[in-house]
Design a protein around this ligand. Structure first.
Ligand SMILES: *Cc1c(COP(=O)(O)O)cnc(C)c1O
Length: 264
């Protein structure tokens, strides 16, 4: 174990010491629990126990907490805001992490994401695709992307309307900076498991329809701390887990999912 603070001269990532910090042992416990629960949900769905990959969502947690997660072997983190990726990528540059953008992305933030993110799962409109392509070209980078589709009737959720998916996938074929690997969604925010599961099923069906038209979209990113077993039952290949790993966040969800979508 290295020191808790990485100096600029350190060649390898300095991680938290999981054995002495109480806070860290509970992070370790929660991580183990989440892995067990995800594997159990896979088995319950008749799938391979490691059929669903976990994307730890570190939004609102700072570099110190992320270093503790790195000490547990985590290397890939989901973030909801471009600004947070920017703020964390610098201090954690020694860790060689992969940043995955999962939140609404304004076109004027595409530059940071094109530079720092290994992947974007919230690609949800033509204007953003054009902006990201331009910025990725300038960076000389190619990244994996998922198209975020709106599967819930709520007004509050971002995502491409499902009926626009065929045309959008066609359009993305024109951008060689982005490899379209699958689809992502947020389920309706309700305690009704039937309604939640319907959102996940919808995403799988949209993927299957696209496959009929020749699109290979193996990845389905769906399910979060509160609903991932339902997503896994419907074929999620990855679940985005924040609270169940890192604990409660200091801000309410409305901070991330504003009632009124911002203009791009
Ligand atoms: C915050 C967030 C998650 C994780 O949510 P939890 O309920 O904390 O697991 C997943 N996906 C997106 C897009 C998020 O913003």
């Amino acid at each position: 174990m290295g020191p808790r603070h990485a100096g600029a001269a350190h060649a390898t990532c300095a991680t938290g010491d999981a054995s002495i910090v109480t806070e860290t042992s509970s992070l370790a416990d929660r991580w183990t629990q989440v892995r067990d629960r995800v594997a159990a949900a896979c088995r319950a769905a008749g799938r391979d126990p490691d059929a669903a990959r976990i994307l730890p969502v570190s939004k609102t947690f700072g570099p110190e907490v992320i270093r503790e997660a790195v000490a547990l072997g985590l290397r890939r983190f989901g973030e909801n805001k471009a600004q947070e990726i920017r703020d964390k990528a610098g201090p954690l540059a020694d860790c060689g992490l992969e940043w995955v953008m999962i939140g609404h992305l304004q076109t004027n933030k595409a530059k940071d994401v094109a530079r720092l993110a290994s992947e974007v799962q919230s690609l949800d409109r033509p204007k953003l695709a054009a902006a990201l392509h331009r910025r990725l070209e300038a960076e000389g980078r190619t990244i994996d992307v998922l198209v975020q589709v709106k599967t819930s009737p709520e007004q509050t959720k971002y995502g491409l309307p499902p009926e626009q998916l065929p045309a959008f996938l066609d359009e993305l074929r024109g951008y060689d900076t982005m490899r379209v690997r699958g689809l992502m969604t947020l389920a309706i925010h309700t305690s009704d498991p039937v309604a939640v599961r319907a959102c996940f099923r919808k995403l799988r069906e949209l993927r299957d329809d696209a496959a009929q038209r020749g699109y290979d979209l193996p990845r389905l990113s769906m399910g979060m701390s509160g609903d991932f077993p339902l997503a896994i039952a419907e074929g999620a290949t990855e679940v985005r887990i924040g609270t169940a790993i890192f604990g409660p966040r200091p801000y309410p969800d409305s901070y991330y999912w504003p009632e009124t979508p911002k203009a791009d």
